[in-house]
Design a protein around this ligand. Structure first.
Ligand code: NAD
Length: 358
């Protein structure tokens, strides 16, 4: 076995149907008495449910979380936390809401209780992102890692089927790249394969019945594992491409991940055969790249960047940005091949099968 370092992250997870009810006890464990509840405008009702559960321990609700955490929103939320004398933030929602909690924690050190309602995985990472003057800066700081995460599958039942599928494949992307990360290790490999398998089982069932409780539970379990992978080991080409496409061309986060992943896997397949083998084992089929593509296509997700607002004339610029700084990736970054990858993702073609497979 190769040498490795495993660094576990200190977060507490409470998982299961109905586990939202344990929020007051979890606040006690954190010795927190005044929570600022965070949400998007669309999820105000969920935040009110949380506030009702907390009673007098809810200091207030800040309902203006939006994608990519604009610095102005972060400042308003920080000010609101100070004004109300909050001693913790409870973030109920997807990656955008967790991201707002992280922006508060970065500034104040307030502990975050995250209650995820998508599969994005931000709640398991010490990574934050804040957008200033159109530029998203990301960084790593242990202060932003949520101290407690409550995974209650019932809260994800309202996530629309389309977003459930793309958010689930966003999670698979974390695990897939973790399998060929330079910081990879055997424990992370176990979590990654199990996470991909759980989501691979769950997503078609959610498509068939959005309120299938067992499938929602399986998907959230998979998302948790994939989130640990994202928080623990470094990512590679796929995440770099999606960061570029989302940040520079304003493409939607989960859909972009869903479309690019099969092509990033095809690009890396020959250089990372063991990772591909694990993904095939988790999803079935003869090719990791094709299995992810088929999971998306067969469950109604978009498979072409042109279908989500990318313009053909921006592909060269996207390629330039992706090539601009080097970062670890199983296969060296080759301009012509990356440009072709982007073209294939733009057109939505089904990728080639894994090498040395039928
Ligand atoms: P999101 O949080 O933006 O949510 C998308 C929409 O779905 C929002 O309108 C939200 O209110 C709604 N929604 C969420 N859960 C719902 C539910 N159960 N029912 C009904 N509606 C619901 O989307 P996301 O994909 O979860 O997060 C994307 C953002 O998170 C991006 O900005 C991305 O960069 C960031 N992110 C950060 C990390 C990290 O480690 N820092 C990891 C993953 C994602």
């Amino acid at each position: 076995m190769k040498r490795f370092v495993y660094q576990g992250l200190p977060s507490r997870v409470v998982f299961g149907e109905g586990s939202l009810a344990s929020l007051p006890a979890e606040m006690d464990a954190l010795q927190a008495g005044r929570a600022l509840v965070l949400c998007t405008p669309e999820q105000r009702a969920s935040a009110e449910q949380v506030a009702a559960l907390l009673g007098a321990r809810a200091a207030g609700i800040f309902d203006r979380a939006v994608m990519h955490v604009p610095i102005e929103t972060a400042r308003e939320a920080r000010e609101e936390a100070r004004r109300l004398g909050a001693d913790c933030a409870v973030a109920i929602g997807g990656g955008s809401t967790t991201g707002l909690g992280k922006a508060i924690a970065l500034d104040s050190g307030l502990p975050i209780v995250a209650i995820p309602t998508t599969y994005a995985g931000s709640e398991m990472t010490p990574i934050y992102g804040i957008t200033e003057a159109g530029l998203k800066k990301t960084g790593k700081d242990m202060r932003v890692l949520p101290r407690t995460v409550i995974y209650d599958p019932a809260l994800s039942a309202s996530l629309p089927v389309g977003l459930s599928v793309t958010s689930g494949i966003n999670a698979i992307a974390h695990a897939a790249e973790g399998l060929y990360s330079v910081e990879g290790n055997p424990v992370i490999d176990l979590m990654a394969e199990e996470g991909i398998a759980a989501l691979g089982r769950a997503l078609p069932r959610i498509r068939a019945n959005a309120s299938d409780a067992e499938a929602r539970s399986d998907a959230l379990y998979g998302a948790w594992l994939c989130g640990i992978v994202l928080g623990t080991v470094g990512m590679a080409l796929h995440h770099k491409l999606c960061h570029t496409l989302g940040g520079s061309f304003n493409l939607p986060h989960a859909e972009t991940h869903t479309i690019v992943l099969p092509h990033a896997l095809a690009y890396n397949a020959a250089a990372a055969p063991q990772a591909m083998q694990r993904i095939r084992r988790a999803l079935g089929g003869d090719s990791a790249a094709q299995a992810v593509y088929d999971l998306a296509r067969d469950n109604g997700a978009p498979v072409a960047l042109k279908a989500i607002g990318m313009k053909a004339e921006d592909l060269d610029k996207a390629c330039d940005i992706a090539m601009s700084n080097q970062y670890p990736n199983p296969r060296a970054l080759e301009r012509a091949a990356i440009r072709q990858l982007l073209q294939d993702a733009f057109d939505g073609v089904r990728p080639q099968g894994d090498p040395s497979r039928p």
